[in-house]
Design a binder for this molecule. Structure first.
Ligand SMILES: CC(C)(COP(=O)(O)OP(=O)(O)OC[C@H]1O[C@@H](n2cnc3c(N)ncnc32)[C@H](O)[C@@H]1OP(=O)(O)O)[C@@H](O)C(=O)NCCC(=O)NCCS
Length: 244
């Protein structure tokens, strides 16, 4: 697929990064000279290493279920890299300190078979619980019903920033680059499912609108609440932004 972006590197003047000087130990290890770059298949190993260190442990639902090793999430994390629409934040030591893993989704054709339930094909018992929640969201909200004129969208599948680099606007810079990609490629809609209050904040700050919300206390299986992540993570929310 032609992306219109070929390994470009962008030096970002991350204004908020000045505040990194205020971060306590290990201050001297935080390198605020960050570039935003396209992720290619060659980055898969480094991306996974970073996600295993952070996202696999600190995304609120992964934390709640104490996910541990998860080959299914590893596969999900890398399967769209060949589409060349995912981006990484890299410090001057070449370390990945943040990623937006994105994927392109086409409107299903009327003749398509309904997709298999994610939970039904997931062998990992803890990840299966999260997949069952995703199936529930899919059953209750169809993005293509809401946007009848949209045939292809970009889904921000994973957003993760190194815990030493949070609160500095890096996820916003990654999303800025994602927005540039969709504009360059004539994609009319960006979609993100936020399980975290912090990722929803990133999107709100970028004028994304909420189109679906499911409080964790309202998601019941056999009458029981399944997820109760630490505050302030209280709901799964889908936010979108149209590109004009
Ligand atoms: C969600 C995430 C990618 C945001 O990245 P970021 O670069 O820190 O984003 P921002 O700098 O814009 O901060 C977003 C919000 O995080 C919170 N935040 C600020 N400083 C923080 C810190 N040091 N540590 C944690 N969260 C912080 C704030 O609520 C902030 O919103 P505000 O600007 O309105 O105060 C990051 O928190 C993360 O990797 N979380 C764990 C993985 C995860 O949950 N991913 C999203 C799943 S949908």
């Amino acid at each position: 697929m032609s992306t219109g972006i070929s390994g470009t590197t962008e030096k970002s003047s991350l204004a908020k990064l000045d505040s990194a000087e205020l971060v306590s130990s290990p201050t001297d290890e935080i390198d605020t000279n960050i570039s935003i770059e396209l992720i290619t298949e060659d980055d898969a190993e480094e991306v996974l290493k970073m996600l295993k260190k952070f996202f696999f442990k600190d995304e609120p639902l992964n934390t709640f279920v104490d996910l541990g090793e998860c080959k299914e999430l590893e596969k999900y994390s890398t399967k769209s890299l060949h589409e060349h629409c995912s981006f990484k934040a890299v410090n001057s030591r070449g370390e990945i300190v943040g990623v937006n893993i994105n994927g392109l989704i086409n409107r299903p054709k009327e003749t398509d078979e309904p997709p298999a339930k994610l939970a039904d094909v997931c062998a990992h018992p803890k990840f299966k619980k999260i997949m069952a929640l995703m199936d529930h969201v899919d059953e209750n909200f169809n993005i293509f019903d809401l946007y009848q004129d949209v045939d292809r969208l970009l889904d921000i599948k994973i957003m993760s920033v190194d815990s030493n680099y949070r609160g500095l606007g890096i996820a916003g810079k990654l999303t800025d680059r994602t927005m540039q990609y969709v504009k360059d490629n004539n994609i009319k809609l960006v979609h993100v499912l936020c399980s975290s209050h912090f990722s929803a904040r990133v999107m709100e700050k970028m004028d994304f609108q909420e189109v679906y919300k499911l409080p964790y206390q309202d998601y019941l299986v056999n009458g029981e609440q399944v997820f109760d992540p630490a505050k302030p993570h209280v709901a799964v929310r889908i936010l979108t932004k149209r590109i004009n």
